[in-house]
Design a protein around this ligand. Sequence first.
Ligand code: ADP
Length: 404
Amino acid sequence: MILEISTSTAVLTSTALIIAHLRHRRFQKQSESEIHALELRLKQELQKAYDERNRLLDALGDAFLLVDSTGSIRFANEAARTLFGARELLNRPVGEAFLDPRLVDALLRCMATGEPVQSRVVLPQQTSPRGDLENRGFNAWVIDAAQLPTPVGGSITTRVIIRDVTTEHQLEQVRKDFVANASHELRTPLAIINGYLENLLNDDMIEEPEMARRFLTIMKKHADRISRIVEDMLVISRLESGEVNTLKVEPFRFASCVKDILERLESVIRNQQAEIVVKIANPEAVMQGDRFYWTQVLFNLVENALKQNPYNGLRVEIGGEEVGSNFHAWVTDNGVGIPSADLPHIFRRFFRVEKHHSQQEIKGTGLGLSIVKRAIEAHGGRISVTSVPGSETKFLIVVPREIG
Ligand code: ADP
């Protein structure tokens, strides 16, 4: 594309030079009208070349600008015009047209050195090219400036490409946070295990079987936690891999999936004397999906309800019904609930409500709901949550009954 643009720019420049040349030269043999006709034809050719160039540049997804040697914008393609909205671009110095000087920096360096310059700029929304229209918080741009090949005698033109890389930037940030959080979560149990090991080895605790057993039990609990975090991370990474065959889609009965998880949680339910209500409109309803992930989704939701409310008398409802081409599934409880300030973050990896964080007892990995959300999204569905603490906390899943 850039080659085509450079070629058409060169054609334009040389055609313009020919016209100028014709205007000033006196042809003895050719009549005035012949010269006029030739000039007209060349002008038409020139217009055609301009139109063609603009058409090509408008087809670019990235904002593209041509800037002359004085730093004035000579051309802005459609993506640039859209990006800068109502702001006038043509014939304005770039410094005035762009809101933030960091956007101009690459261009200035390129103009000063003649070398191509690429820079990445992360801007808060107020100074993003989109200004008030921006609502993604921080956003990232790659600015790529390079001088175009210039015909002899022509003036230097610099092209600037502005690429929106906000999505990539956010993904990168999420990955960095994930690694940082995962390391942090793994470090704590590892440090505890190491501490007890040192005690056992250095302080001859091993000679005291009772103490040694107590230490080993604690170490086992923390080693189990590490395994669970690693298992959960692997599940998330599989779900996020985007591979087509991540899901093994097969028909299964929702009711039998519920029965499985209730069997697995039976002892907890009994210990807490929780009341479990199953409301499945059609127990024979068959759905399409990956039964493994569905079991994990329901298990995590019901286990959360029980885990967050470790006292007697909790009521948990598990329900499902077909609604048109969708299937609705829900898990509700009447426990402590989730504060409204925490609701928007509840599906984030490693997020745990603060009050639970401070508790000494190991409550979970903070990955359970991330797995639930990603598994449901992999099935083409959505999950939402509402909570009135002490009254009703409801996780509602809506998935298409057929996976396309
Ligand atoms: P965890 O492994 O800590 O359970 P989750 O991702 O499953 O991680 O849940 C994140 C946090 O959401 C929990 O730590 C808890 O604070 C809160 N939470 C989830 N479900 C419920 C619920 N039914 N009632 C109250 N709080 C809940």
